[in-house]
Design a protein. Sequence first.
Length: 180
Amino acid sequence: MTTLPFPPELVAAAGGPLVRLVLGPDGRPSGAHAAIAVPAPLPRVWAVLAEIERLPERVPMVHRVSVDRDQVALQLRFKVSLLSATFGFAARIIREEERLLELRWISGEPRGICLRNELVALSGAPTPLTILYHTVSFEMDSLGWLAKFFLRHHPEIRFGVFPGTALTMLDAIRAAATRG
């Protein structure tokens, strides 16, 4: 089992999401870990997580998804005002039923992307509670020209990309799992 970035009890007691920025050897952001307590039973959260083909209706930046057995192709759209850039990647789907779902980069942009989700049922809670962990990492400098332009002129954005991505994924899964 993977070492979780936050103990499940800490996540449950936090009252909201927890997030930790990961810095690379060069001191620049290279990823983020985030976690949230979802007030739903683990099988329900897993069912939402496993519906990879429904990401476009749940996550704003995901434009298109195509699943083929243990691989997925995602097309992402990055919009700023009137400009938009589209980029996509292929990833291997790694699943451990009701515990782990990971999309691991095969090709495309952003290079090296890994989206990892882990679930832990919190025992002893008065109502069903599932701890959802999301980890994101990729090579930020492999993004398209529009993203590179903004990163060059606003380097502070680098510190928000990974936490923002992780929190957006958590929120999308939580919202879908808690909808009646």
